[in-house]
Design a protein. Structure first.
Length: 169
């Protein structure tokens, strides 16, 4: 994370138009990356960029929701304290990024469907429903080690399919 800190901060500042939001997002990315129990993928830079981008979207949405709540009603005088630097920044997703994300999602869905039934069930409970490995083991009456192996197998398969999809673009 430290190796990419400055470029991530610049990337998020460009996307949000806010230096302070970029600092917050990169800090939160650093915290999540360092406390995550997920094994980093083969390309940690891309993983961090994706995480930071997702967090930036969350921050922008939260800020927009607060602005709607705090905005004076029609006809009420405002105090003129709206942030000027962020006034013209578009918060819509980049069309190219949206298309790439859609393609990755389709590849990932196909990859999950290709998994053997038990492996797919474990993976969906883990990633889709957020259950712990222990909870999955109890629910499916299998060992913790078997759950771990199914998740590892599913992750490797999904990563391979995503790499194949990237090469196809």
């Amino acid at each position: 994370m430290e190796a990419y800190y400055e470029e991530l901060r610049q990337f998020i500042r460009q996307r949000t138009g806010s230096s302070s939001m970029a600092e917050d997002v990169v800090q939160e990315t650093w915290i999540r990356a360092n406390t995550s129990k997920v094994t980093l993928p083969d390309n940690p830079r891309a993983y961090l960029y994706r995480m930071a981008g997702n967090l930036a979207v969350d921050h922008v949405r939260r800020r927009q929701a607060w602005e709607r709540v705090l905005r004076p009603a029609d006809g009420e005088p405002g105090d003129g304290s709206a942030p000027q630097e962020e006034e013209f920044v578009s918060h819509l997703p980049d069309p190219l990024e949206a298309a790439i994300s859609q393609q990755e999602l389709l590849a990932l869905n196909a990859a999950v469907r290709e998994l053997p039934d038990k492996c797919r069930a474990v993976f969906v409970l883990y990633r889709g429903h957020g259950l712990t490995m222990r909870e999955i083991a109890v629910r499916l009456s299998i060992s913790d080690k078997t759950v771990e192996k199914h998740i590892a197998r599913a992750m490797l398969h999904c990563r391979a399919r995503l790499r194949e999809a990237e090469r196809g673009t």
